[in-house]
Write a protein that binds this ligand. Structure first.
Ligand code: DGL
Length: 262
């Protein structure tokens, strides 16, 4: 089967990895909207316009399902994406919220995601008595994109972001931006051992696997390998190195323009 997915940059790689683990031997079209990175400090109107353009582009890519690999767009414009695409849409926030069992939950996310309280609202829908605290982390995405993830700088920033959540005695911590699983080793080191880290891509992949398993029995065009196609909206030269670094593939990458796609 053929799946479309997107993020502002390398964050969606963490979703792609999890999905490939559970649903290998499929085709993936990954769009990194590098020209407009970072998304996490943009207004709701800007994100809605981006979501319209991206889903319009994907509506021409002959996909069987769409994966929203970006929490910020998920939080603000999931309905826009669902309206534009006539294939099943799998999202991070809804998928993760249904799997949360702890009574005190922390969320790290971009400022634009935190503003919507999308994680809090989605979790409370399933478990109304849960205590949820959300922390905006504006500095993480630029640092992760620059691969500045082993420095004293990022440790200092992470300490500052985690403090209010740890003061609230959380039992689990949701990585509410798809870039953040790339700093799992740092966060694991900093968290008390009783705090469970939750990557929403796991719940999304599980849902996708159920979909794939149900469809695959009558799907004629099965593949024996993972087929990856990458597209970016800028920085064409850097992207293959980033894919090599994070995914260990050195793909061909194509440059596209999303202007006037909305
Ligand atoms: N990785 C995306 C997210 O999950 C976007 C981060 C950004 O570009 O600020 O929110």
């Amino acid at each position: 089967m053929r799946f479309g997915m997107f993020d502002s940059g390398v964050g969606g790689f963490t979703v792609l990895k999890k999905v490939i683990e559970l649903c290998p031997n499929n085709s993936f079209i990954y769009l990194a909207d590098t020209a407009r990175l970072p998304y996490g400090v943009k207004t709701a109107n800007e994100i809605i316009k981006i979501a319209e353009e991206i889903s319009s582009w994907f509506s021409y890519q002959n996909i069987d399902a769409f994966l929203v690999a970006c929490n910020t767009t998920n939080a603000i414009a999931l309905d826009v994406i669902k309206k534009k695409l006539d294939v099943p849409v799998f999202d991070l926030i809804g998928s993760a919220a249904s799997t949360i069992h702890e009574s005190r939950v922390g969320v790290l996310a971009t400022p634009s995601t935190v503003k919507t309280k999308a994680y809090t609202n989605a979790i409370l829908e399933f478990k109304p008595k849960t205590f949820v605290i959300e922390q905006p982390c504006p500095e993480f995405v630029p640092m992760i994109e620059m691969d500045n993830i082993n420095s004293d700088d990022i440790t200092r920033v992470a300490t500052r972001y985690l403090k209010p959540l740890l003061n609230e005695n959380i039992h689990s911590l949701i990585l509410g931006c798809s870039h953040y699983p790339l700093i799992t080793p740092l966060l694991t080191e900093m968290l008390p051992s009783n705090v469970k880290l939750i990557d929403p891509a796991e719940a999304l992949s599980f849902k996708l696997k159920l979909f794939v398993d149900a469809k695959e029995s009558n799907y004629s065009n099965r593949k024996d390998i993972v087929d990856l196609k990458f597209y970016v909206t800028s920085n064409l030269k850097n992207f293959p190195n980033k894919a090599k670094h994070w995914l260990n593939v050195f793909p061909e990458v194509n440059l596209i323009s999303l202007q006037n796609m909305g």
